[in-house]
Design a protein around this ligand. Structure first.
Ligand SMILES: [Zn+2]
Length: 614
C-alpha cells in the first residue's frame, strides 16, 4: 500500500531524527490455491452499484447452509492495508432470510465483525442483504471516499460476509455486478460477461475475489502497455471528466517502460495478466492498494496534465506493481494469514513496504534522489514519527545495494537478490511466505556478508541521524543550499505547502483564499520556531508586521541571515493572537545530494534503466 499523495502531509525530516523502522501496521491472506476453490457450493454475491453516485453500494449474498447455529464474519484485516481497517461501522441494512422468514441475528459481544444467527430447521439456503455506505470524506484506505457521480471503485471486502472457520482459499464465490447505465468497467477478476448492465464473473476463491477490485465509470480509457512473455498489461484510467484520462506519448512510454523494467528486474512474474486500475479524481482519496494481478491506484484528477502533480504521483504505480512480487507472491510469514479475521504480524514490513518503496523509486525514473527526503506525517510528525519506515527503508536498501556492489567487487547488485527471491518461475498467483532468516540467507547467497548484523543494527538501534551510509557508499553526500530542490518544489505545488523546516523548522499550509492558509502543519522540535513556542494547529497571520505569504516568509528568513534581527511571526492560536520572535540567522536551507570529490558514483547506475532500448 502507498498512502495518500494528495492529502495534507506535514513533511518531516529524516535528517533530524533516526529511530527504529518500526513496522506497526498489518496485512493478510493466503492468495494461494486460486485454482481450487473448494468443494462447497459457491457463495453467490450480487453487488449493485447503481446507487454509487449516492455513495451506497448494495450487496446480496446467497449461501448454502445447514440448520443450526451459524456465524458470519465481515472482513476485518484487509490485505495490503496492514491493519484491522475493515469499515464495519459503514454497514447498514443488514438482513438475513431463510425459508421465507427473516432471521434474528446478534452481533458478537467482543468481536464487532461477527454476526451470530440460528438457521431454522429445513432451511438449505440463507440470503443476506447489506449496504455499504461509502463516505463522502474521511475513512481510511479502501474505506475512504470511493464513489462520485461519474465513477466508483469497488473493493469486494467492503460488501462481503463469509462463514467463520472457512479458509479464504477454500471457499468459492460467484459474483455479479450491476453498474449505472452507460458505465464501463475494468478489473482483473476473470469472466466478465456483460448483459443489460449486469456483469457475471467466473467463480473464484474468496481470496481472489477480495484481491480483484473493479474500477467502473462513465469515462474509462483502456490503454495496452505491452506484453512480457505473452502476458498482457493494461492501464485502465477512470475519471470524472473525459479529458483527465488521456495520456501524452511521453507518459505512455513512461508506463510501458515500467512494465518492461520490472520484468527485466525480476526475470519472471506471478500474474496471468496485469491491470493498473488508475482513478484520477479529486473526490476520492489518493492512495494505492496492491493486488496480485492488479492495483487500485488513486490520484488527483489533473495528475496527467500538471507536471508537479505528475512528479508527486510518479512512484505510485511502480510501488504497487512491485508489490505483485514483493508482498503478494513473496509475503512475510506473519502476514500470510488464512482468512480476514486473524491478526497479522508486521515485523517484516521493512521488506514488504521498505524494499517496495526503494524499487518503486528506482523504477520511477522521473524521480531524482531528493526523493529520499520524502517523509510524511501530520502534527508533530517529525517528533512522534509516522509510517516513515517506508522511506527510511529506502536508505537501508540503498545501503544494502551498495554493500553488495562493494563486497562482490561490482559483480553483483540488489537486482540479483530480487531475481532470486521474487523471480522464477513465472506463473499464476501464488504465495511463498518468508521469515527474517530467509531474507538473510538470500542476501548471503548473493554475496557473503554479516547481513544479520547489518540488518539488526539498522532495525533495532537508534541513532542521531538518518542512516545515510548508502548515500556515502554511493559516492554522494547530503548538503544544504538556499535553493529549493526540484522534488520539494513539486511537493509544495501538489500539496499546497510551504516547507521551511530545514531552516526555521516550519511546514505550513499555503493555499490563497482557503481558510486553512497559514495553518502550521508541523514544527521541528529544537528548531527556531519550536524554541519560540510555535506548535502545530496554530495559524501564521503575519511576518514582520505584514500579511504572510511564502515569498515574504522566505525573504524574512534570508534577510535575517548574519544579522541580529529577529523574525517576528504573528500567530493565531484558537482565537488568541501572539507574536513569536525567532532567533534564526542561517538563511534559507534546503537539502540536496552532492557528489563526493572521490569515489565511484553508484547512484547513477542504480537509477539507470535495464530494459529500455531493447
Ligand atoms: Zn505498499
Amino acid at each position: 500500500m502507498k498512502i495518500s499523495l494528495k492529502s495534507e502531509p506535514a513533511i518531516i525530516s529524516l535528517v533530524l531524527f533516526f529511530c527504529v523502522a518500526n513496522a506497526f501496521a498489518q496485512q493478510n491472506v493466503g492468495d494461494a490455491a486460486r485454482s481450487k476453490p473448494g468443494q462447497m457450493q459457491p457463495v453467490r454475491i450480487e453487488v449493485d452499484l447503481r446507487d454509487a453516485p449516492r455513495h451506497i453500494f448494495h450487496s446480496k449474498l446467497t449461501l448454502a447452509v445447514k440448520p443450526g447455529p451459524l456465524t458470519l464474519l465481515y472482513p476485518e484485516w484487509i490485505p495490503g492495508e496492514h491493519g484491522p481497517t475493515g469499515p464495519i461501522s459503514q454497514i447498514a441494512g443488514l438482513k438475513f432470510t431463510a425459508g421465507g422468514k427473516t432471521l434474528a441475528w446478534r452481533r458478537d459481544d467482543v468481536n464487532m465483525f461477527a454476526f451470530h444467527l440460528e438457521v431454522p430447521a429445513g432451511a438449505t439456503e440463507l440470503s443476506v442483504s447489506l449496504d455499504y455506505l461509502s463516505p463522502g470524506e474521511g475513512g481510511q484506505f479502501s474505506a475512504s471516499p470511493a464513489a462520485t457521480a461519474k465513477l466508483a471503485v469497488l473493493e469486494w471486502c467492503l460488501v462481503t460476509l463469509y462463514p467463520q472457520g472457512a479458509r479464504s482459499d477454500d471457499i468459492s464465490y460467484s459474483a455479479s455486478l450491476q453498474v449505472p447505465a452507460g458505465w464501463k468497467y475494468a478489473t482483473a477478476l476473470p469472466g466478465g460477461q456483460g448483459a443489460s448492465g449486469v456483469i457475471e464473473f467466473q467463480p473464484v476463491s474468496l481470496t481472489t475475489l477480495i484481491d480483484s477490485p473493479v474500477l467502473t465509470g462513465e469515462f474509462l480509457n483502456k490503454v495496452p502497455l505491452g506484453q512480457a512473455d505473452g502476458v498482457v498489461h493494461t492501464l485502465d484510467l477512470g475519471s470524472d471528466i473525459p479529458g483527465a484520462i488521456e495520456l501524452t506519448p511521453d507518459e505512455l512510454q513512461h508506463f510501458k517502460n515500467l512494465v518492461s523494467e520490472a520484468n527485466a528486474l525480476f526475470g519472471a512474474h506471478h500474474y496471468r495478466h496485469y491491470d493498473f486500475l488508475l482513478t484520477l479524481s479529486d473526490h476520492v482519496t489518493g492512495f494505492g492498494l496492491e493486488h496480485h494481478e492488479s492495483s487500485d491506484d488513486r490520484t488527483a484528477e489533473r495528475a496527467l496534465s500538471d507536471p508537479d502533480l505528475f512528479n508527486n504521483f510518479a512512484d505510485l504505480l511502480p510501488h504497487e506493481f512491485v508489490h505483485s512480487w514483493n508482498g503478494k507472491y513473496r509475503r512475510p510469514a506473519g502476514l500470510a494469514t488464512p482468512d480476514f479475521d486473524q491478526p497479522m504480524k508486521d515485523e517484516l514490513l521493512w521488506v514488504y513496504e521498505g524494499l517496495t518503496q526503494y524499487l518503486g523509486a528506482v523504477l520511477a525514473a522521473a524521480v531524482f534522489a531528493q526523493y529520499l527526503y520524502n517523509v510524511r506525517g501530520r502534527q508533530w510528525g517529525s517528533w512522534r514519527r509516522s509510517t516513515d519506515f517506508y522511506d527510511e527503508s529506502i536508505l537501508i536498501w540503498l545501503e544494502a545495494d551498495t554493500i553488495i556492489r562493494r563486497e562482490s567487487k561490482g559483480q553483483r547488485t540488489l537486482d540479483d537478490f530480487c531475481r532470486s527471491f521474487y523471480g522464477a518461475p513465472s506463473g499464476a498467483p501464488a504465495v511463498k511466505p518468508y521469515t527474517f532468516e530467509d531474507v538473510v540467507a538470500a542476501l548471503n547467497q548473493v554475496v557473503p556478508f554479516d547481513w544479520r548484523g547489518f540488518l539488526r543494527m539498522r532495525l533495532d538501534a537508534t541513532g542521531e541521524h538518518a542512516p545515510l551510509g548508502g548515500i556515502g557508499n554511493a559516492g554522494w553526500r547530503l548538503s544544504y543550499t538556499d535553493k529549493l530542490n526540484g522534488y520539494q518544489r513539486s511537493m509544495e505545488a501538489a500539496d499546497d505547502l510551504t516547507d521551511v523546516r530545514f531552516s526555521v523548522g516550519l511546514v505550513l499550509k499555503h493555499k490563497k483564499g482557503d481558510k486553512k492558509d497559514g495553518d502550521v502543519l508541523d514544527v521541528i522540535p529544537g528548531s527556531a520556531a519550536g524554541a519560540a513556542g510555535i506548535s502545530p494547529d496554530m495559524k501564521l497571520i503575519a511576518v514582520n508586521g505584514r500579511n504572510w505569504s511564502p515569498e515574504l516568509l522566505r525573504e524574512a528568513i534570508a534577510g535575517a541571515k548574519g544579522s541580529s534581527q529577529l523574525i517576528e511571526l504573528l500567530v493565531e492560536n484558537a482565537g488568541a493572537f501572539e507574536t513569536f520572535k525567532l532567533n534564526y540567522h542561517e538563511g534559507e536551507r534546503y537539502p540536496h545530494l552532492a557528489r563526493e570529490a572521490s569515489g565511484a558514483d553508484l547512484l547513477t547506475p542504480i537509477l539507470s534503466p535495464r530494459a529500455s532500448g531493447k
